[in-house]
Design a protein around this ligand. Structure first.
Ligand code: DAS
Length: 436
């Protein structure tokens, strides 16, 4: 009997009866027609009610036994397995780049035993996934977390910032952080504050399509990130992701001005109201914006984050109780995402007033995303100014939240925290909205 790893119960019996094994090409009859694909292993915690096939397109499909009338083997195959092919040692003299893994889909592969996406751990594995890396830098991989980025917290930011600061002390030429894309912008902003003045490039990178898909953006994003981290003559915190849909150019976005603006496109990330920091093509950096900080700056990082801040999006009919709830949950700074120039209803404004009176800091950003807040145009805005709400100009709401958590991490509260929120510290606000 062939290998049927992970299959159990009725699914196992059905596949045994058909003489199928993992790696075989099967044809499965369903009410909506025949489905052909390669049988992939189930993971340890999977049920006994499904058969999983990898389709020609690269997608996996789980078919419920209820929908299967017949299974036949159309071609025998080999069980898929992953083993790192030997790869040459990188040539001497290349820059040293620490690659920190945090999870997400980039630089990962499926562990068919558990079904989890497992990060590549050793240099060997990383190099075998993206062999070009060997030509670009001496890569030291290190897995710090293995989580989807929606589970990233300020505690993770503190650890990451600490590890980057240590890498600077160890003489790394650059650091790359692989990260899920969903909250990549938040982490980039957070690290921009904690690592303000960092003397080397720190490049965050993700992937919209996992490396086991032919259309994956992971390899090029990673090559660009490592190349820029190792060789760029500028420093600071940036995000490297596809510039367009085609697989040839990577955009470098400033850590405090970047946002994921599309759920699935490879070029989902955009710099908001600022020009790109740089563009990388297969031959190296093709364009670098003027004024980026050089390598080798003085560096006195403040690495700690305190998560007692909240980001609330205003909406028509928003109950004031939501502001009270944030306050009761311990928030010391509330970032509002107001409408238009930065407005909220009277009811919400009233709650913000009492939050401020109790010593809290209330800040206003705009859910328009582009443009800046201006609370002087309408009465509603002026009332907010009078009660002490701080307009944050064109600071992105997510950046404002990360900044608030960093400000609290420094120990600042009340007026001192408000002052820090108003000061430009890491390129989070611009004097003039780009392009005009
Ligand atoms: N859920 C996503 C995350 O970890 C997937 C990804 O982009 O890696 O942010």
């Amino acid at each position: 009997m062939g290998d049927l790893s992970g299959y159990k119960g009725a699914a196992l019996r059905l596949l045994e009866k058909a003489g199928a094994a993992v790696g075989d090409v099967l044809e499965v009859r369903t009410p909506w027609g025949a489905v052909a694909g390669t049988l992939v292993p189930r993971y340890l915690y999977g049920d006994g009610e499904h058969v999983v096939l990898k389709l020609k397109s690269g997608y996996n499909v789980g078919l419920s036994l209820e929908d299967i009338s017949e299974v036949s083997v159309s071609a025998k195959g080999e069980k898929p397995s992953f083993s790192a092919p030997p790869s040459p040692e990188p040539p001497e003299g290349l820059p040293r780049v620490l690659v920190i893994g945090t999870g997400g889909t980039i630089a990962s592969r499926i562990d068919y035993r558990t079904g989890a996406v497992r990060p590549a751990v050793t240099s060997e594995e990383l190099r075998s996934l993206v062999p070009e890396l060997s030509q670009v830098a001496r890569v030291d991989p290190e897995i710090m977390f293995d989580i989807m980025s929606e589970n990233v917290t300020p505690a993770h930011w503190t650890k990451l910032a600490g590890r980057v600061a240590k890498a600077v002390g160890e003489g790394a030429d650059g650091v790359v952080i692989t990260h899920g894309t969903d909250t990549l912008g938040y982490t980039a902003a957070a690290l921009s504050f904690a690592l303000a003045g960092v003397p080397i490039p720190v490049i965050l990178v993700g992937a919209q399509r996992s490396p086991d898909r032919p259309s994956s953006d992971a390899p090029l994003n990673l090559i660009a990130a490592v190349s820029v981290a190792g060789t760029a003559n500028f420093s600071g915190v940036y995000v490297a992701m596809h510039l367009g849909e085609s697989d040839d150019r990577i955009a470098l976005h400033r850590g405090t001005r970047v946002r994921k603006n599309h759920t699935s496109r490879r070029d989902a990330f955009e710099s908001v109201d600022v020009p790109l920091a740089a563009v990388w093509g297969r031959g190296g950096l093709e364009h670098v914006a003027d004024g980026l900080p050089p390598r080798g700056r003085e560096f006195e990082p403040s690495l700690r984050f305190d998560g007692r801040a909240a980001l609330l999006k205003f909406y028509p009919s928003m109950p004031g109780a939501l502001v009270r709830a944030a306050r009761r949950s311990g928030a010391k700074i509330i970032i509002m995402e107001g409408t238009g120039l930065g407005h909220v209803s009277k009811e919400v404004a009233k709650e913000l007033r009492s939050f401020i009176r109790s010593g809290g800091v209330a800040c206003m950003t705009s859910q328009c995303i582009r443009g800046r807040t201006d609370l002087s145009v309408y009465d509603t805005g002026r009332d907010l100014i009078h009660m002490g709400v701080l307009p944050l100009g064109d600071m992105l709401p997510e950046t404002a939240l990360a900044k608030a958590m960093w400000v609290l991490g420094t120990g600042a509260r009340g007026e001192k925290a408000r002052k820090l929120m108003a000061e430009e510290l890491a390129g989070e606000t611009t004097a003039r909205t780009f392009p005009g």
